[in-house]
Design a binder for this molecule. Structure first.
Ligand SMILES: Nc1ncnc2c1ncn2[C@@H]1O[C@H](COP(=O)(O)OP(=O)(O)O)[C@@H](O)[C@H]1O
Ligand SMILES: [Mg+2]
Length: 255
């Protein structure tokens, strides 16, 4: 069974048809890409899949279960995490707290217990902290646990966001333009990091990315959308030589 299955998904914002009859499957542990010009509807797809938008039409199934109408924290609790095109970290909390808070914020761990400071609560707090520190270590961020994200270089902030997503134990991770704003040395590091995350955490990764180098070296399959419609899908090689894709990108550049 695929981990994610999307059937005829459509989204309309007032008079704008942002996405039309979008279909997609993601296999267990697969790495796939979603590409297309600016405004094509890529982030809209991720906002639908992660519960930030409710689709106008169509169906999203995560591990066989219909998640089309669930809220973001419910989707996260089922095992789907994401990062954002523009980093969304809590800037006035330490890096460690960004990961800890995600456990309550998105996984809804017992807030009632927190009020009473029960022993069960304290033990769970401890477990959460140990786990979050472990993820930070794995991501080479251990030394920044006490720092505020806003004081870190941009590339590290991106890595913290990835660590936070991983701290919720996802089986599918959505990355929205993870290489945006990175210099070319950082992009090479990111490619290695994403490949390592895929193998180490044994999870599926679906990424939106403008930098062809990233998707070409990581993804087994790519889907291309333009004006909310799928114009091509296939292996990176198929896509590179696809006339309609070349035209969509040249059109974008010409703008
Ligand atoms: N919440 C929203 N309300 C109205 N229009 C939106 C909303 N989100 C996205 N759009 C519009 O949908 C289109 C696709 O946007 P988006 O999915 O962000 O594109 P991409 O990520 O491919 O650049 C754009 O025209 C955008 O302005
Ligand atoms: Mg986008």
């Amino acid at each position: 069974m695929p981990i994610l299955e999307i059937n005829d998904l459509s989204q309309r914002f007032g008079g704008l048809q942002a996405l039309t009859d979008f279909n997609m499957t993601v296999g267990q542990r697969e790495m796939v890409g979603l590409i297309g010009p600016n405004g094509a509807g890529k982030t809209t797809v991720f906002n639908l899949v992660s519960g930030f938008y409710t689709p106008t039409r169509g169906e999203i199934r995560f591990e066989g279960r219909n998640t089309s109408r669930l809220k973001p924290h419910q989707v996260t609790a089922l095992g789907l995490a994401r990062t954002f095109q523009n980093i969304r970290l809590w800037n006035d909390m330490s890096v460690l707290d960004n990961l800890r808070i995600a456990q309550y914020h998105w996984l809804g761990y017992g807030l009632a217990d927190a009020v009473w400071r029960t022993r069960r609560y304290r033990e769970r707090e401890q477990r959460i902290e140990v786990k979050c520190r472990e993820i930070l270590e794995m991501m080479d961020l251990g030394e920044y646990a006490g720092e505020l994200p806003k004081n870190l270089p941009y590339g590290l902030q991106r890595r913290v966001e990835l660590a936070r997503a991983l701290s919720t134990n996802p089986r599918l991770l959505l990355l929205d333009e993870p290489a945006a704003g990175l210099n070319s040395a950082d992009v090479d590091g990111l490619i290695r990091l994403i490949r390592w995350v895929n193998l180490e955490f044994k999870i599926a990764i679906w990424m939106i990315e403008h930098q062809m180098k990233v998707v070409m070296s990581l993804c087994q399959r790519l889907v291309v959308i333009d004006f909310g419609r799928t114009i091509a899908s296939g292996t990176p090689q198929d896509i590179q030589n696809h006339p309609q894709v070349i035209k969509a990108y040249l059109g974008d550049v010409a703008l």
